[in-house]
Design a protein around this ligand. Structure first.
Ligand code: ZN
Length: 86
């Protein structure tokens, strides 16, 4: 019976079971998946933060009602000094 080889790198298979990958390829695959999961979680957190800040700023400016008329620089100052969502 021919010795089995890793389906990814072709080296001798030093593991059993599925997938038919050697230890090094399994470890690399896990590192890649962990990195992708971390990146996906960070993207989700960023999107949640952006949505929360957008809602917070809309509420801030809505609280001024129809009395406020702001120049761009005034709006920038309000945004720069607001605490942000909690
Ligand atoms: Zn391999």
């Amino acid at each position: 019976m021919a010795s089995e080889t890793c389906n990814k790198c072709g080296e001798a298979l030093d593991t059993t079971g599925y997938p038919l990958w050697c230890l090094k390829c399994r470890a690399k695959d896990k590192r890649d998946r962990d990195a992708n999961n971390k990146e996906r979680r960070e993207s989700q957190c960023w999107a949640q933060g952006v949505a929360a800040m957008r809602e917070y700023l809309a509420q801030q400016f809505s609280s001024y009602g129809t009395q406020g008329s702001f120049s761009g620089i005034e709006i920038a100052r309000v945004i720069a000094h607001c605490r942000g969502p909690e």
